[in-house]
Every structure is written in C-alpha cells, then in structure tokens.
Design a protein around this ligand. Structure first.
Ligand code: SAH
Ligand code: SF4
Ligand code: F3S
Length: 468
C-alpha cells in the first residue's frame, strides 16, 4: 500500500506539528478550540473524524459549535444544489464572528471545494474564508494550516482529488458503539446525474490487511457495530493484487472473534452478485439488511442514468436475497425528476417501491450538477410537477414503512443499544434491519446487545420493552 510521505515521514511531521503548535500559541492566549462539521454522506463523516484526529494531534481541543471556536472547519458535500447552498449559508453566518475575532480561522474542505467554481466563489464573495482544500485530502491539513499560519494569508488549494489511500491517519471517532470503516474511496461509475466521480476521483480500495487491522482495533476498543464504507462497496478489491473481493472481505471480517455487527454501504445493484448475497446469508455477523439504491423503476430512465441494470434485474436480486437470507430487509435511494422523466416513468418507480416494500427510503429531487452528462439533457418537466410526484412517493412510502414497523410488533428482536433516547428514561438502539427501537432503561446499557420485545409502532421508530 502506498503511503504519503508528507504526512507519514515521522521527522517531517514531527517538526511540522511542533511549528504549528508554536504558531498557534502565539496566535491565541488559550489552548485553541476547533469546531468541525461534516455535511453529506457517511464517507464524509468518516473523513471528518480523521480531520478531527489530525487537529487533536496539532493541539486542538473541540467545542460543540462555532461560537467559541478558534478554527471552524466545514467538510462539505456537493451532491445536490441545496446541500451546497446550505454550506454557503453556514459560511455566511460566520462573518460576524470573524469580524469580532479576526484571528479565528475559517476553513472549508471536501467535495464542494474540489470544484473550481466553488473555490472562485469563496475567493470573491467570502474573503473571510482563510483556508480551502478538496476531497480525499485530510492528510494535507497540517501542511496547509502551517502555510496559513506562517504566511498569514489565505490558502485556497486547488489540487486534484487525492488518489492515494493514506493509511495511519489519526482518528477521533464520534461514537463509542458504532464505527465507520472506509474500505475504499472515489467512484468509477459515472451515473450521469452524479458529481461524486468528479470530486472524489477514481475508485481505490484499501488493502485487505489494513481493513482487517482497523476492524480488529475497533473490536478491541469495544465497538459493537462496524459499517464498511464506499460509494460502491460491491466492487471492493478492484485493482488490488490477488483474489480480493467484497464477499471475501465480509467472510474474513465475520471470523474475527467478538460479538459485533457488520454493516456496509453503499451497494450498487449492478455489482451485487449472488455470491455476495450468499456471503451475507452465511456470515452471522453481517446484518440481514441491504441498502441497495435503485434510483428509479423505469428501464429507459435507468439506462439514461447509466445505472447498468433493469428494474427486472433489480427485483430478481431482491427475490434471491429474500430466499437466501431469512428476514432480510432493504432500503433504497430514489431520485425523482431526472431530465426527460415522464409521469409514466415515475409510476413505474412507484410500482417498484410498493412491490419491493423497502423498510426505509431516501428520496431526492433531481438536482442539476455542472459538468455531469445529465446536465446537458433537456429537462422540460416543471419543478412544481416533479414536487407533486415526489409527495406522491413519500405518501406511498410512509404507509409501507408504517406497516413494516407494525409487523414488528409482538416480536422479540436483538437490538444494539446506542445511548439515550428522545425522552427521559428511554434508551435508543437499532435492530438488525436498522430500525430505531426505543425502550426504558439506563445509560449503562449503551453498547450492549439486548433482547427487546416490540410493543408499539411509530412512523419513524418502534417502541418496546427490554427482556431480561
Ligand atoms: N454511491 C451511492 C450513492 C451516493 S450519493 C450509490 O450509487 O448508490 C447518494 C444519493 O444521492 C444517490 O443514491 C442519489 O439518489 C442521490 N443523488 C446523487 N446525485 C444526485 C443529483 N444530482 N440530484 C439528486 N440526487 C442525487
Ligand atoms: Fe454517484 Fe453512481 Fe458513483 Fe453512486 S455509483 S457515487 S450515484 S456515480
Ligand atoms: Fe456528498 Fe461527497 Fe458524499 S458529494 S454524498 S459528501 S462523496
């Protein structure tokens, strides 16, 4: 595996860390505090944990919001326009803080800042942003921060998305029970609507020994759930030496000693093989739940999206999994209003959703992303019309989710307790299928697998009683 010397080279990193600490102590009369917020997907959240790990190694403490922070870092998402506008709104809201405390550092990184148009907007309209860098670049934070502190002028870095996998970065994880474990970065699929391959670069898998080592560390630290992350985990191993595949990785993780759950996301249906479904069926620690984004139920739209499967192939996979994995459940992503989508196409989506009965659905209105192939396509359907379809989809799914929760009532299920629930005296956890379960209990239960008898269904969760 390739290591990047600019972070890993011990002596260099050491000198740099000391110099940064020295400059920070000159800049602030107190130990510096950072506030880091990650937008977007779990992969980005995981990157945020590495950014926090690096900041901690540079002497930063952390605070829960931007008000008291000496360094604010937004780790951004570019997948839809409203995600980007939210970030600009958040940056805009910092202007008064920066005016009151000019020594505060405002930094933006991640998928948005990988785009030149965004960097240009930051340069021109947000002069108080001190530091910007792109995706897959957490390891460059010390180097860029040092440049900012030394030269005392803004650093807007426009490198291509980092292509190498950087191992051994420090990490400061948010949770104690569930952990993210990235197994790859980038994406090669170029779905025609999607910006991710442009901002995250090509797909690269981490070497299996590195993934297994990190999993063992997590288990030793007491984590009870490990979610393997990648834009398309099913193609894990491509480009690595030897017979490295995702089903094999699952099998190797499954035999690690300890009581823990393995989840993964995201699976692309085109690479979801029967072999993978067999592996899920045979690996007891792998949850019987698959997030399998279908996007759409119309073959013509799927073709224009470059998804490379048909609705029938998708349903066949689901059927096979239901035969092989007892109690398996599915969730999905759906996009409404792809350019040229007609109401007839949308109705096929609606039909598929009702037929497959996903227990949860993540729904999005198509958002045009500059530079993608779909951005060139005519898009005649008015936004209002698309919103009408969207509401129709939500209403249909609400019923399906509700009845899925109702079918759980009366059953006793294994729940991983994560922490306090919404109400006093209540704890919250998740079932194997990822449904939130609430039950009376105390905080000492966090991190334990419990048997919970489900007594009531809500729209967003189920409630139950812990069985001794
Ligand atoms: N790699 C994952 C998805 C990552 S993005 C996969 O292929 O399944 C998460 C979801 O955002 C996608 O599944 C899609 O539904 C949605 N999405 C991506 N680009 C979008 C766009 N331009 N407009 C609206 N939704 C989009
Ligand atoms: Fe985007 Fe498609 Fe890659 Fe998912 S698989 S990140 S939707 S290009
Ligand atoms: Fe968003 Fe980047 Fe993830 S665009 S969805 S944060 S890979």
């Amino acid at each position: 595996m390739s290591y990047l010397p600019d972070y890993i080279d011990g002596a260099l990193a050491q000198t740099r860390t000391e110099r940064i600490k020295e400059l920070l102590s000159l800049r602030y009369d107190h130990p510096p505090l950072a506030y880091v917020h990650s937008f977007g997907c779990q992969q980005n959240v995981s990157d945020g944990e590495h950014l926090c790990g690096l900041l901690a190694s540079l002497g930063f403490g952390f605070c829960p919001d931007s008000a008291g922070a000496d360094l604010v870092l937004f780790n951004t998402c570019a997948v839809r326009e409203n995600a980007e506008e939210r970030v600009f709104g958040n940056i805009g809201a910092l202007s008064h803080l920066k005016r009151a405390r000019p020594d505060m550092i405002i930094a933006v990184c991640g998928c948005m800042t990988q785009q030149e148009a965004v960097r240009e907007r930051l340069r021109k309209s947000y002069p108080y942003v001190d530091l910007a860098f792109g995706a897959n670049a957490a390891h460059r934070l010390p180097e860029l921060l040092l440049r900012l502190l030394e030269e005392r002028r803004r650093v807007i870095d426009g490198r291509e998305p980092g292509e190498k996998i950087v191992e051994n970065l420090p990490v400061r994880r948010e949770g104690k029970v569930r952990a993210w474990l990235p197994i790859m970065q980038g994406c090669d699929n170029f779905c025609t609507y999607c910006i991710v391959p442009y901002v995250r670069g090509r797909e690269h898998s981490r070497a299996m020994p590195d993934v297994l080592r990190e999993a063992k560390e997590l288990i030793a630290e007491g984590y009870k759930e490990i979610t393997l992350l990648g834009q398309n985990v099913n193609s894990y191993g491509k480009g690595l030496e030897g017979e490295v595949t995702f089903p094999r990785l699952l099998r190797e993780l499954n035999v690690l000693p300890g009581d823990f759950w393995i989840r993964f996301m995201t699976s692309h249906p085109k690479d979801c093989t029967k072999e993978l479904i067999d592996a899920i069926a045979e690996c007891g620690k792998v949850c019987n739940y698959i997030h399998l984004p279908v996007q759409c139920g119309s073959d013509e739209i799927l073709r224009r999206m470059n998804r490379r499967y048909t609705a029938a192939q998708y349903k066949e996979l689901v059927e096979y999994a239901r035969e092989r994995i007892p109690g398996v459940s599915f969730s999905s992503d759906i996009m409404v209003g792809f350019p040229g989508e007609r109401y007839e196409d949308f109705l096929q989506t609606l039909e598929l959703v009702k037929e497959v009965r996903f227990h949860a659905l993540y729904t999005f209105l198509y958002s045009k992303r500059g530079g993608t192939a779909a951005a060139q396509l005519p898009d005649p359907v008015p936004a209002q019309e698309k919103s009408r379809w969207f509401r129709q989809l939500l209403a249909a799914q609400e019923q399906v989710t509700r009845s899925f929760h109702e079918q759980m009532v009366g059953r006793t299920l294994r729940v991983l307790c994560e922490g306090p629930g919404k109400e006093q005296g209540m704890m919250s956890g998740r079932t194997e299928s990822g449904v939130i379960a609430q039950f009376a209990g105390d905080e000492a239960l966090a991190g334990q697998f419990l048997q919970v008898k489900i007594t009531r269904a809500l729209n967003w969760a189920v409630c139950g009683e812990m069985i001794e």
